[in-house]
Write a protein that binds this ligand. Structure first.
Ligand code: HEM
Length: 152
């Protein structure tokens, strides 16, 4: 795809192209409900210390939450700057004072998401992976930045 100056400059149009590419990939992944279970398998393999956090989790319910969570990550960069954000409540829930998910858990979370997309998206390419990484980075950085935040 060419760079379009008409859409507000190359950076903006590249970012929105990445979001569209990642969202289309996510739709293909969601066609297979096993995607979410596979994500947890991958996540607990690369980050075994995360598994006990989900000891009491109902995975049927959590798969619905995860579907929602990945959707939030993909639309987060489209939102205007300023609090509250789409992820304010979710970030508060993961902060030190509640679920206490430390920043070190996020890189394996993203890598597991990417590995699962690679397994489940029949149209995966390195460009699709790059689009996912660029698109989710902002929401993940926000979650991490709120780790020490007071609950709302
Ligand atoms: C950007 C990344 C993430 C997003 C968008 C996200 C999103 C969510 C959402 C929407 C919920 C449901 C919230 C609620 O019940 O109020 C949730 C619950 C949870 N998340 Fe995350 N999450 C992320 C990363 C992580 C990571 C890295 C861990 C590491 C252990 C984690 C552990 C949990 C746990 C333990 C729960 C509660 C499960 C339960 O109710 O049993 N999350 N997450």
């Amino acid at each position: 795809m060419g760079r379009s100056l008409a859409l507000g400059g190359p950076v903006v149009s590249r970012d929105s192209a990445a979001r569209d590419m990642a969202s289309a990939s996510y739709q293909r992944c969601c066609e297979n409900p096993a995607f979410f279970e596979a994500f947890y398998r991958n996540f607990f393999t690369v980050c075994p210390e995360a598994a006990p956090r989900f000891a009491n989790t109902d995975f049927e319910r959590q798969s619905k939450l995860l579907r929602h969570a990945f959707g939030l990550l993909l639309i987060f960069p489209k939102q205007p700057e300023g609090e509250p954000t789409l992820l304010t409540r979710v970030a508060g829930r993961h902060s030190r004072s509640d679920l206490n998910v430390p920043p070190s858990f996020y890189p394996p979370f993203v890598d597991s998401l990417i590995a699962t997309v690679k397994q489940y998206d029949p149209a995966w390419t390195p460009e699709v992976e790059d689009a996912w990484r660029r698109t989710v980075a902002k929401g993940v950085a926000y979650m991490v930045s709120r780790y020490e935040a007071q609950p709302r």
